[in-house]
Design a binder for this molecule. Structure first.
Ligand SMILES: [Zn+2]
Length: 127
């Protein structure tokens, strides 16, 4: 069967405290997060695309706007309120919110990857 994977990248900045972390991350600090979203599917539309990149970007932006220039520990999401503002939970938060827009029989969110730094990233997907 055909399989197409479309990826886009966006960025946002946010402050956080990772509660209980043994190192520096338990202090208030910020990151310029890079977010990579991959949508996969097998059925192209009448003009030969799976989805318009602009539509993906719009949906991802809607989710990221809720995090951009915010203090993550104050965002109304249970793990964040509990101090679990890890890249793992940021990736899951974006994935779960995006899945509402991209969950059809033609395509779905394949994974969300959150880069906390240029060297550290977390990739989240659901099996
Ligand atoms: Zn951090």
């Amino acid at each position: 069967m055909d399989n197409f994977e479309l990826s886009i990248e966006l960025e946002f900045c946010a402050a956080h405290i990772l509660k209980g972390h043994k190192g520096k991350c338990s202090n208030l600090h910020g990151h310029n997060y890079k977010v990579e979203v991959c949508i996969s599917g097998n059925k192209l539309n009448e003009i030969g695309i799976l989805l318009d990149f602009a539509d993906i970007k719009e949906s991802v932006n809607k989710v990221i706007e809720k995090l951009d220039h915010k203090y993550l520990n104050e965002i109304d999401y249970k793990p964040f309120i509990e101090g679990k503002t890890s890249a793992e939970y940021i990736a899951k938060y974006i994935y779960d919110n995006l899945s509402k827009d991209f969950n059809t029989s033609n395509y779905k969110v394949h994974f969300v990857k959150v880069h906390e730094t240029s060297k550290y990233s977390v990739k989240y997907s659901k099996s």
